[in-house]
Design a protein around this ligand. Structure first.
Ligand code: MN
Length: 191
C-alpha cells in the first residue's frame, strides 16, 4: 500500500489566529509529509506492506511504529479542525461528555491538564472503549490510543512543532485556543 498525504479540508491560513498559516504549512506539508514518506520507504518487503495504518500501529515497533503512528495521529488531527469550529459537542458525544465529566467545561479542564503535562513530545487524546466509555489518555511521541485497544476521537499534538512559531513555550495558551477551532461534527462522527 502506498500511503498518501491527505489534503487539508481548509486553506492553510484558515485556522488563524489559533494556528498560524506558516505552522499549518510546515506541520502538514513538511512534518506530516515526512512521516508518510518515511513509512512508504520502510514498509516494502515487510508484513506491513498491505496493512492499513491502524493495523500497522497496533502490531509494529521501532521506526515503522513511530512513522505509522504519526501518520495516523496527524490524519485525525488535521481533520478535527474547522475555521467555523468551536462551541460544544452535541449529540451522542456531547451527552457522553456531560454524563462522564459533569459538563463540557470540566471535561476541557481535565483534557487541558493532560495535554499540558505530557513531558516532552507527545499527544493528549480523547478516546473511547468498546462500551463507549470515554477516556483521556496521554501518549508519548508517536503513539496512539489504538495500542491500548481504544478508539481515538480527538488528539491534541503537543510536539513543539505544533505550536512553537505561534506560541513559543506557552503550550497552555495553545492548548486552550485549540477549542475554538474544533470541528465537533467530525469528532462526533468517530464516536
Ligand atoms: Mn505534529
Amino acid at each position: 500500500m502506498k500511503f498518501e498525504l491527505p489534503a487539508l479540508p481548509y486553506e492553510t491560513g484558515a485556522l488563524e489566529p489559533v494556528i498560524g498559516k506558516q505552522t499549518v504549512e510546515l506541520h502538514h506539508g513538511k512534518h506530516f509529509q515526512a512521516y508518510i514518506t518515511n513509512l512508504n520507504n520502510l514498509v516494502p518487503g515487510t508484513k506491513y506492506e498491505n496493512m492499513d495504518l491502524i493495523s500497522i500501529v497496533k502490531d509494529s515497533d521501532g521506526p515503522i511504529f513511530n512513522n505509522a503512528g504519526q501518520a495516523l495521529n496527524h490524519e485525525i488531527y488535521f481533520s478535527s479542525f474547522s475555521p467555523n469550529g468551536g462551541g460544544e459537542p452535541v449529540g451522542k458525544l456531547g451527552e457522553a461528555i456531560n454524563a462522564q465529566f459533569g459538563d463540557f467545561e470540566n471535561f476541557k479542564k481535565e483534557f487541558n491538564a493532560a495535554a499540558v503535562s505530557v513531558f516532552g513530545s507527545g499527544w493528549a487524546w480523547l478516546a473511547s472503549d468498546a462500551d463507549g466509555k470515554l477516556v483521556i489518555t496521554k501518549e508519548p511521541n508517536g503513539s496512539n490510543p489504538v495500542v491500548k485497544g481504544l478508539k481515538p476521537l480527538l488528539g491534541f499534538d503537543v510536539w513543539e512543532h505544533a505550536y512553537y512559531l505561534d506560541y513559543q513555550n506557552r503550550r497552555p495558551d495553545h492548548v486552550n485556543a485549540l477549542w475554538n477551532i474544533i470541528d465537533w461534527k467530525a469528532v462526533d462522527s468517530r464516536y
